[in-house]
Design a protein around this ligand. Sequence first.
Ligand SMILES: [Zn+2]
Length: 199
Amino acid sequence: MRDVASLLPTRLCLGCHRDLPLDRFPPRRVGAAVRRGKCRQCLASYMRSYRAARRRKALGRVTAALARAERPSQAETLVADAFRRFGGASAFITELVGQYTAARHKNPGGRQAMNVLLALARLMELAEASRPKRDLGLLSDEDLQRQQEEAVLRMIAARPELALWAARKLDFLVVPSQTMFSQEADATASSARDLMATA
Ligand SMILES: [Zn+2]
């Protein structure tokens, strides 16, 4: 005797090519008789990758603009927009770190990975600069300058290829030590997160 399920109408999904019951295909519009060609599962995974691609593109624009920003005020505007767009500072940093990990995996020295690093360096500079004011009163201009340079140096420690950019930006010679090279970029990403949390 045939099983009841096998008597129900089915249809071939255009995504996963499985023969599935009709109710697994959502209607084109609420209440419409015409159903979509892909099953719910396929549509959900399509939407996930569609949204991820949009976030990747938006983040690419932000990091490229941040890397090009010449004045802190420019960077601050970009960052404020990005925070709004990505749903807060922590969501933005999480996205940034995630994209960096993916970009580094694909092409470690590529422009995509570099742009994320430069954006992180810029965020660290901003975070350092906006630390509690009581510290600023006690610090000399030289100390303040050194603190900002150290923030950028921590970035460079994790990714030595940043040295070129930093040398141009900070106008000083960078001499990496063995220990600097052995550090992991992941540590930098988390320290950038910490800095943003305290900012
Ligand atoms: Zn499917």
